[in-house]
Design a protein around this ligand. Sequence first.
Ligand SMILES: Nc1ncnc2c1ncn2[C@@H]1O[C@H](COP(=O)(O)OP(=O)(O)OP(=O)(O)O)[C@@H](O)[C@H]1O
Length: 259
Amino acid sequence: MGVKGEHLQIGYGDHVVVDDLDICISKNKITSIIGPNGSGKSTVLKSLTRLLRYQKGTVSIDGRDLRDFGPKELARRVGVLPQIHSAPADFRVKELVGYGRMPYQGLFSRLTPEDERIVENALKATGTYHLRDKSIHEISGGETQRVWIATVLTQQPEILFLDEPTTYLDIGHQLETMRMVKKLNQETGVGVVMVLHDLSHALEVSDHIVVIKDGKKYSEGPPCEVITSKMLREVYHVSGTIVHIPGRTKPVIAFGELG
Ligand SMILES: Nc1ncnc2c1ncn2[C@@H]1O[C@H](COP(=O)(O)OP(=O)(O)OP(=O)(O)O)[C@@H](O)[C@H]1O
């Protein structure tokens, strides 16, 4: 399975933000979308998940137009974690995570024992099982982010779409979230598409990177081919060197000194 967007033109009203974009996303892989502020990353993610209507072009899953999917079927195939999310104050963690089962339920039906098992597995996979009886407002920012990822996981989607999953997290929780995403991808085979700002994270966890600049695709490919000094200069207007450190499998980015 894959998501393919062909010659997309996406925008808000008459304002075209992304033009003529071609993007191909594969199942089982981690794809990161990177680019400067306002370049159109979230807009692309929203159109790939039908949160935003595209003006021209097609988005298809397994060759089938996204517009042909009913909401429940779409929710079973793609799970979306938007940049901003909120839950009512009186929700307990396990209730929120249980909501991920909605695409599989009838009107007014309760969680089945099988649903409960899936919720429990999602809580365990995201390291939030011990928080299950806490109110969603009693837990930290990093824990909240993991709980939201658990909620999306209970949908058992084929592809997870995460918009800046490490925003507001300290470095420890950022790395923990990235590690968890990688582990989920490796252990469950779920495909992941993430908008990321941190290029080091993108370099470290992605199989494939798409660079967006001014609403157009600048480049795409394996991390080491895409994250280069030239790209940093042309897309982000910063100087940086890609450094290989003995003992590390992936290189790191050394940005120019601030002065
Ligand atoms: N709801 C909206 N209505 C109108 N214009 C919008 C809306 N959301 C975003 N835009 C505009 O679309 C452009 C791309 O925004 P988008 O959020 O996709 O960028 P981004 O690359 O994700 O940025 P960031 O890194 O800052 O989150 C920006 O110029 C933004 O102002």
